[in-house]
Design a protein around this ligand. Structure first.
Ligand SMILES: Cc1cc2nc3c(=O)[nH]c(=O)nc-3n(C[C@H](O)[C@H](O)[C@H](O)COP(=O)(O)OP(=O)(O)OC[C@H]3O[C@@H](n4cnc5c(N)ncnc54)[C@H](O)[C@@H]3O)c2cc1C
Length: 422
């Protein structure tokens, strides 16, 4: 019988995990169950979209899944990362040239990522069933799920990718460390004057970390950026209510004039930030993935990137299990997955937590460690190159796929004082 896999949740991670299984086992029957209706092809206003920074490792994985060729040309390459502190002297610039890479990553609109994953899934025979509400997991002889209409589906492996507030993680008896970090990410696309140079900015402001990620834009003389500004909930409430002019001037004041004047801003969205870490990720027949397994602060833009690396580990896991004649959902096979992802997850979560804490408004008064780290990086190019490469996975089985990780460069900056370059 051909192997079968069900994925609960068709967000970016659920789709990527479905494609990972199909990549490793083209004969497998893969079905993704998504509660929401699939987005249509209609093009939203480019100022009203969300975006993600994808690092080079993610690009390499998406290339293996057959998604990158379609997707990356629709994004903007990140050629430099500029990190700075509002009102302080420390700042640093990391560039692709210094690392001998054409770019450090890409920024792509989320709806384009989702759409490209769906189209490739469709092409490869992965079934995306939506809208389709999964109401419970059935833990019997073989893993199964019950749908809203009362029907049941079973498979060799069920992947649970139902997001940070996962009810199915709980149903599996898997606990999670969940912390409300008392911050909200205010997200909006903005237009600045001038031509897009491909620099991503991370600036530590009085309210919290502010990221501006470059995006492609069709109109010459304007550059589009995705703003992700983390701040206390009451500040986010206030900024959600003011008019565009007021928010643009607050942004201009906090970010400065490096990009010239902010000339427009699109719809704002708010993302209450919770930090989630599942205590385990496997049960016989089940695997927990994506935000359900680890929900990270967006300060380093690592949530999706980490999950894509996890998806590659799953591809390797199921290929090995099939070659050895093991059931895909066997504990033996799934433990191999757990071992493969453990160190990467540990490192990425720890770096993100450190960065989120160090650059939170609560620590605003303690600028000196940040200033020294940033100034030190700027003064010592080899150290900066080492930091920018800190997210690589050389030596691991995925090492050949992974080169530098764009936003990990920022996260890695925080570790610069803890570890010396060899
Ligand atoms: C402001 C912000 C900026 C970010 N920027 C970046 C970045 O630049 N780079 C990066 O790598 N990461 C970034 N991230 C993180 C990234 O967005 C997340 O890691 C990623 O979206 C997690 O996807 P997911 O599929 O696990 O969860 P979700 O996107 O929450 O998807 C879960 C899916 O499960 C479905 N579902 C839930 N319950 C059921 C059910 N009962 N039945 C069927 N379906 C169900 C939901 O409808 C949903 O579609 C950012 C996050 C935020 C908040």
């Amino acid at each position: 019988m051909k192997p079968s896999v069900l994925v609960v949740g068709g967000g970016m991670v659920g789709l990527a995990f479905g494609l990972a299984v199909k990549h490793a086992l083209p004969e497998a029957a893969v079905r993704i169950l998504e509660a929401r209706a699939l987005p249509t092809d209609t093009n939203p206003n480019p100022l009203d979209t969300r975006a993600s920074a994808l690092n080079l490792a993610s690009a390499a994985i998406l290339r293996r899944f057959g998604v990158a060729e379609r997707l990356l040309p629709m994004g903007a390459p990140i050629r430099r990362i500029h990190v700075s502190n509002q009102h302080r002297f420390g700042s640093t610039l990391m560039s692709a040239e210094e690392l001998g890479e054409p770019c450090l990553g890409w920024v792509v609109d989320n709806h384009l990522i989702g759409r490209a994953l769906q189209l490739v899934a469709d092409k490869q025979g992965v079934v995306v069933q939506a809208p389709c509400d999964v109401v419970r997991l059935i833990r019997g002889q073989s893993p199964a799920v019950e749908l809203g209409d009362g029907s049941q589906l079973s498979a060799d492996l069920v992947i649970v990718a139902d997001g940070a507030h996962s009810s199915f993680r709980e149903q599996l008896g898997i606990g999670a460390d969940q912390r409300d970090v008392q911050q909200v990410a205010l997200v909006a696309n903005c237009l600045f004057e001038g031509a897009q140079q491909g620099t991503a900015f991370e600036r530590f402001t009085r309210h919290g970390p502010l990221a501006l990620l470059p995006l492609p834009h069709a109109i010459p003389g304007q550059q589009r950026f995705n703003l992700v500004w983390s701040m206390a909930p009451d500040q986010a409430d206030q900024y959600s209510q003011v008019d565009n002019g007021e928010l643009m001037s607050a942004l201009q004041q906090a970010f400065g004039w490096r990009l010239g004047a902010v000339i427009d801003m699109g719809l704002r969205s708010r993302w209450p930030l919770i930090r989630v870490r599942a205590q385990e990720q496997i049960r016989q027949g089940y695997l927990v993935a994506g935000n359900a397994a680890h929900g990270l602060h967006p300060v380093a833009g690592q949530g999706l990137n980490l999950s894509l690396r996890d998806s590659w580990a799953l591809a390797e896991t199921v290929a090995t299990a099939a070659a050895r004649g093991e059931a895909l959902g066997s504990i033996t096979a799934l433990r191999r997955y757990e071992q493969a992802v453990a160190a990467d997850q540990e490192r990425t979560v720890a770096a993100t937590d450190t960065l989120a804490t160090l650059f939170s408004p609560a620590f605003w008064g303690l600028n000196t460690p940040r200033d020294l780290a940033l100034a030190g990086l700027d003064l010592v190019p080899p150290l900066r190159r080492w930091v920018a490469r800190r997210g690589t996975a050389a030596g691991r089985p995925m090492g050949r796929l992974l080169t530098t990780t764009a936003t990990t460069a920022t996260a890695a900056a925080t570790m610069a004082s803890a570890e010396a370059p060899s």
